[in-house]
Design a protein around this ligand. Structure first.
Ligand SMILES: Nc1nc2c(ncn2[C@@H]2O[C@H](COP(=O)(O)OP(=O)(O)OP(=O)(O)O)[C@@H](O)[C@H]2O)c(=O)[nH]1
Ligand SMILES: [Mg+2]
Length: 270
């Protein structure tokens, strides 16, 4: 793994009211998208830095990323040895953000599904929150160009997650997010092994369980126009299994807590 040096590129002030921000873009075979998304991001919010976390994409995304970094001191590249999944790329990116003194780290896909022009909305909300989720499923949120089966999958997955885990978050699988790095530290993000959608649910769950403030802001999510999706049935299976386990554990903990409390209260009776 090689790392670029961010120096003081985020500027002395960073994003007003938030501080130094790095947007992490994980990439695997995004040769048709990477220039476009980085260009849009740098234009939309010039005060934030960018970290491309590339898993040695065979299509040469890493080399283009190096060119972008050479031309702009706000752009950095984390070269990873091979495809290890979206979650592992983010964990490495978050570690890099923490090591380099950033105040906040943002998750953004390379495929254009997450509009860089909407980033100020997320960062503005982070002033009064610990984590912000760009949400498709709150009032004002939307999804563009998704086939019906993807819409149904996302709605059902989020409904199931809400019911199984008892969280009020409406888009726990969404991948356009901003976290304060102090939160990432507290929730032990370096230990997270979940991948794909499950990675997003895992982080939401940890953040929720630690009592941090999670805010959802509406976003317009657009289906990718170029390149291929990396979503697989294994990613969906992992999310289903883990969400069910976490929900069951939470219910067990709540039950044990209630039993412990009532036996303590019982013991104090005359
Ligand atoms: N570094 C790295 N990035 C990945 C990996 N898998 C996916 N990505 C990136 O993660 C982002 C999201 O991946 P997508 O293929 O769009 O998957 P998705 O958004 O969950 O699925 P769709 O909704 O079908 O687009 C993109 O920027 C991908 O290039 C991986 O194994 N390693
Ligand atoms: Mg995508």
């Amino acid at each position: 793994m090689s790392e670029a040096n961010p120096s003081a590129a985020a500027g002395p002030q960073g994003y007003p009211g938030v501080g130094r921000v790095v947007v992490i873009i994980p990439t695997y075979n995004e040769v048709d998208n990477i220039r476009l998304i980085v260009g849009r991001l740098r234009t939309a919010v010039p005060s934030v830095d960018v970290l491309i976390a590339d898993d040695n994409s065979p299509d040469g995304t890493g080399a283009i990323s190096d060119e972008l970094a050479a031309a702009d001191q706000h752009v950095h590249v984390l070269h990873r040895p091979g495809k290890q999944g979206l979650g592992a790329a983010y964990v490495a990116g978050f570690g890099w953000a923490q090591d380099n003194g950033y105040d906040a780290a943002v998750e953004m896909d390379a495929d254009g599904s997450h509009a860089p022009e909407e980033l100020p909305k997320l960062l503005d909300a982070l002033r009064d929150a610990d984590a912000v989720i760009g949400s498709r499923w709150v009032r004002g949120g939307s999804v563009v160009n998704w086939p019906v089966h993807r819409l149904v999958l996302s709605r059902v997955a989020n409904l199931y997650t809400r019911l199984a885990m008892g969280m009020r978050v409406r888009d726990a699988t969404g991948g356009y997010r901003a976290y304060r790095t102090s939160v990432l530290q507290k929730i032990d993000v370096a230990d997270v092994t979940s991948q794909g959608y499950c990675f997003q649910v895992d982080l939401t769950w940890r953040t929720h369980r630690h009592g941090f403030r999670i805010t959802e802001v509406p976003i317009r999510f657009a289906e990718r126009e170029r390149g291929a999706s990396k979503m697989t049935s294994a990613i969906i299976g992992e999310a289903l299994w883990r969400v069910t386990m976490w929900g069951a554990q939470a219910r067990r903990d709540a039950l044990l807590d209630r039993l412990g409390r009532s036996s303590r209260e019982g013991a104090s009776w005359p």
